[in-house]
Ligand binder design. Structure first.
Ligand code: SAH
Ligand code: SF4
Length: 361
């Protein structure tokens, strides 16, 4: 089987493969409609359950394998580099279509087998947030649904977990997922399909810098994930100065978009807030934040800023200030947590993901 796949793959890679749809983003009904022989559900299941693969090869039957090689792109993103941090976090750099992007594998607790994989939606990012290292790359391109699903399956096959029961996904790697809403929604449909990984959409969180048009599209998605919003400031002038997207959709429009979000019972939107000394950590920020969050089912996540070369003018709020800030918000009735930064020693923490041009690594 490996030999057959190898021979045919080589032949078609040289000719048409770049234009073919990824086998890893086709649903059973799409496989069937386009002529996959035998049971399309069976082929889908083999493709989407990495714990059944031997090597990096789904155990497909001969006819399905031959058909897939001819009619789809069966390549997974290739692992270029894998670095593990002292806290158990692993940063995997993938290469696909000539570009590199990253996924970060984070075991939640050494005693429990639960894992969160932080995945990328784009190569680079075009949103220009001043505090974020990925912004220094600019937007190179969107990842396809196949590349998004591929990085999840390849990471699970390589590092785990062994089944999707123990898995959560966060779109908090490279890129603005809601600038690639078609690819992201298609990837989520595939990852949640009960005959594949069967991940619950509740275990998937999409984090956005505030692309209101994309929030609206995600709200209508058939398998709606959880939402996280990177707020990072409490006044329009400050937010616009660190997050250019705020010039298009300001704080009032963002809040209105969240008010329209179809919350399920007990669902909360995660509000991310990177703590920047002298920029967004004043007492006035606390007051405005409490007012902005009023009436919103939320979980506020304060993120210690990770300094990097692309943002020389920004400093992290001190741990003492983060504690005070958190305590004041808590006392005012907000639900608040402080994020433990994972993977700092391998540059896998929030806002540190950079590959290729502009990389300091
Ligand atoms: N583009 C999406 C998701 C990726 S960024 C978004 O912006 O939401 C994931 C999180 O990392 C965001 O909440 C962002 O505000 C945060 N972040 C970016 N740069 C950071 C840095 N240098 N230190 C800490 N957090 C950072
Ligand atoms: Fe892009 Fe998010 Fe970084 Fe802003 S914080 S530049 S949206 S990845």
């Amino acid at each position: 089987m490996l030999e057959l796949l190898g021979q045919v793959a080589e032949a078609s890679a040289a000719t048409t493969q770049a234009a073919l749809p990824s086998a890893f983003a086709l649903l059973p009904e799409q496989l069937e409609a386009s002529g996959c022989p035998g049971s399309a559900t069976n082929a889908f299941q083999k493709l989407q359950r990495p714990w059944t693969w031997s090597h990096v090869e789904p155990p497909l039957g001969q006819a399905a394998a031959r058909w897939l090689v001819e009619h789809t792109d069966l390549r997974l993103p290739q692992v270029e580099r894998e670095v593990s941090a002292s806290d158990g976090t692993t940063r995997v750099v993938y290469r696909s279509g000539g570009q590199a992007f990253e996924a970060v594998h984070m075991p939640r607790d050494v005693r429990a087998p639960r894992v969160t994989i932080c995945i990328s939606s784009q190569v680079g990012c075009g949103m220009g947030c001043t505090f974020c290292a990925t912004a220094s790359m600019g937007l190179i391109r969107n990842l396809s649904a196949g590349e998004i699903v591929g990085q999840v399956l390849a990471t699970m096959h390589r590092i785990g977990p062994k089944t999707s029961n123990q898995l959560s996904l966060v779109f908090m790697g490279m890129g603005e997922p809601l600038h690639n809403v078609t690819g992201v929604v298609q990837a989520i449909q595939t990852l949640c399909h009960p005959r594949g990984l069967g991940l619950s959409p509740k275990r998937i969180t999409v984090s956005t810098s505030g692309v209101v048009k994309g929030i609206e599209a995600l709200a209508r998605a058939p398998r709606r994930p959880r939402l996280a919003l990177s707020l990072n400031a409490t006044s329009d002038p400050t937010r616009s100065s660190i997050m250019p997207v705020n010039r298009k959709w300001d704080l009032a429009e963002l809040r209105a978009a969240l008010d329209r979000w179809p919350f399920e019972a007990r669902e909360r939107v995660t509000i991310e807030y990177v703590m920047l000394a002298g920029v967004n950590d004043s007492d006035a920020d606390i007051e405005r934040l409490v007012a902005w969050l009023d009436g919103l089912p939320h979980m506020l996540n304060l993120i210690p800023f990770n300094p990097h070369h692309a943002a020389p003018g920004l400093r992290a709020s001190s741990p003492a200030r983060i504690s005070e800030f958190s305590a004041a918000l808590h006392a005012a009735g907000c639900r608040v947590t402080v994020r433990v930064n994972r993977g700092r020693d391998v540059a896998a923490a929030c806002g540190q993901l950079v590959t290729g041009v502009g990389s300091d690594r």
